[in-house]
Structures are given as C-alpha cells and as structure tokens.
Design a protein around this ligand. Sequence first.
Ligand code: NAD
Ligand code: GLY
Length: 383
Amino acid sequence: MTRLDIRTRSQPGHYRIEIGAGALQKLGPLARQALNGTTRRVIIISNSTVYRLFGPHTAKSLTTSGFGALHWLMGDGERFKSLRTIERLLIFLNRSGLERGDAIVALGGGVVGDLAGFAAAVHLRGIRLIQVPTTLLAQIDSSVGGKTGINLPDGKNAVGAFHQPSLVVTDLETLVTLPPRELVAGLCETVKQGAVSSRKLFAETMSCLALLRSKKETLVSGRFENLIASHCAFKASIVSGDEREDLERVDSRSRRILNFGHTIAHALESLTSYRYFRHGEAVGYGILVAADLSNKIGLLGRGDLSSLNEAVRLCGRLPKADFLEPEAVIRLIGRDKKSVGGSVKWILLERIGRPRIVDEKEIPRRLLLRSLRAALSHEGVRG
Ligand code: NAD
Ligand code: GLY
C-alpha cells in the first residue's frame, strides 16, 4: 500500500490517499481513522454496475468497523450526473436523517464521484466525503482535488462546488473489471497529466503504457501502484497551490494546466452530443491537436511532439474521428468563449513538463485547422 498525505488550504488539516491492491478491504478501519468518533452512519453512493461488483465488500468493511451503512444507487452514465438525480439524492439523504458528522462514500468512476461529492458539499451545508474511485480516470484525476458537480442540459459541469474529501481509497483490483474503452480513456488521461507534469512522470507513464501494451505488466502491480501514486501526488501539488482555479493565473503551476487537451476534447464531445467519445478518448485527440499546434507555433520541439503522439498511440484504439468537420470543431471552441473572459485560453506545451497558457489571439486559425485535420485523421491512433 502507498499512502499520500495531502494538505489542503480550504479545509483544516489534511486527507490521505491510500493506494494498493485489496485496499477496499481496509476501507472500514481507514474510514474510522479519518472520520473520528462522531460518525455513526455512512451512505454509499454508487450505480448498479459498480455496486454489484464491489458494493457488498464495501458495506461489509464499513459495518465491521462499527458504521451503520446504507446504499443509494444512481443510473449508470454521464446523463445521470444531473439536476434530477441530485434532487432525488438530496431528498433521500434528508429523509434518512444523515447528520452533520456522518459521511458519504462515493463508490464508482468520475460520474458517481462528482455527483456524490456535490451532495456531500451541499447536504446540511457540507458533510464528509470518502472517495473510492473505481475507474483509472477517477483514480488519477477526479477523486483528487475536490471538484464536484453536475451537468445542466446545456452545460457540462455547469453547477458544482469545491469540496475536499476526508479520505480517498484506491484499490487497483477494481481496475480488472474495467471495460476496455474505459481503460483506454483513463490511459489517455495519464498522458495528459504526464505531459504537463515533468519529464520524469511522463517517462514513467510511457514505460507503463508500453509494458501494458506488450502485456509484460498488469494493472495490479507495484509499478502501476507507483504510477497512480505519482499522478495523484502531482495533481495534489498543483491543486494545493491553486485550489479554486484562479482565473487570473496564467503561470505553469496554475490549476488550469490540468485541462491540457480539453479545449478540443470538450468541442469533440459537444459536437457528437456526448454519445460517441468517452471523455478520455476525446482528450486523446485533444492532446494530439494541442501538441501539434504547440509545435506549429514554434513552442514544442519535434522530439517531444513524436513522444506525445507515441504515448497516445500506446493508450490503445480511439474511435474514428475523420468524419468530423474541423470547421465545426472550431465553431464549438468559439462557443466556449464566455466562460473564460471572452477569449479562449489554450493550454499548450513549451516542452514536456512545461505547459504554457496561450491566448487564442496568438494562434493563427490556419495552423489550428491544419493541426485539427492531421489529428482527426491520425493513423497513429488506430492502435
Ligand atoms: P464513469 O464514471 O461514467 O465510469 C465509466 C463506466 O465504467 C461506467 O459505466 C461505470 O459504471 C463503469 N465502471 C466504473 N468502475 C468500474 C469497474 N471497476 N469495473 C467495471 N465497470 C466500472 O466515467 P469516468 O471516466 O470514470 O468519469 C468521467 C466523469 O468524471 C465525467 O463526468 C467528468 O466530468 C468527470 N471528471 C471529474 C473530474 C474532477 O476533477 N472532479 C476530473 C476529470 C473528470
Ligand atoms: N480535472 C481538472 C481539475 O481537477 O482541475
């Protein structure tokens, strides 16, 4: 097991991230340590796919440690990260009489984690939250850093709150049942995070991708445990310096750099009505565009560009995107303007490990079009 102590500014003290194969069996004692004596009850929020796999173990570990444990299941999928679901959940929490000292356990991927986290942020103005992430994306990204929220019909993550967890328990064994596309999506997010972190973490990520690809390594291994821990530590280090994503900040340690690849990813997801790409797959294409553009405007060298292309290829097959019209993608990037002070801010790279926030005015449209065309028809991403 690997343990990370994460300091936060907005909430007193710190929280722990516990990572390891079989960590779920230790959830009860770890929760008891993290929550202290005031917690009598916990509610496990999950969906039926995940609860069927891991729910009974989770509940048993918690009840053995003296917690009263109930569960509440939401629908499976991004469309259930909605106002309607949160309304039903908040009514359930209220009727169950969950007290201020009690806690929510979010058992699932990023969808469950974001919605359950938001419920924890607003029920009785905030109760404690334990994240038990079961997708790779959630283990390296969404369970760390305190962003919670739901979608509106026209706005992804349009409503939310910052609410740091009291504990994160990451069990590598949960990844074994992950559908292949979810794994590819999570691996693309490791490339995204590796690219903006450091050459060292990027190299570690690349070597894990290559070993997974050649089947010389599995997800349930010491090497992978170290990789997930390094990603969590990097994300937490960025978040601790910019917990609420200050929009004034444009330096290479601002939280916004974690959105590398996301300008294009959001446009691709929106263009296909959130039904075609998994989020991480769209991020895979977003990385290819952002890396190529970084090179075309004279920031990123060819060697790093090739490494990034190779890293995305190693993640596995991405759904075809050559039928998408680059002009239509650009129109959707434009629609994002209002949310960033009238101008799109791109996260580009000077080199691997050195992100730079670039205003759209510095990006010639013809270069963006060329990068988009190249990425959307990229042979390399066929796996
Ligand atoms: P997801 O939560 O929809 O999970 C993907 C699928 O895998 C679902 O069908 C789920 O039921 C299934 N699943 C989960 N764990 C499983 C397991 N161990 N075995 C088998 N099946 C399993 O998708 P995701 O990619 O984890 O999360 C995407 C969400 O995360 C998006 O809503 C995104 O906005 C959000 N997100 C949030 C943050 C943040 O900082 N809060 C960061 C990145 C992404
Ligand atoms: N996933 C980006 C962030 O947490 O800020």
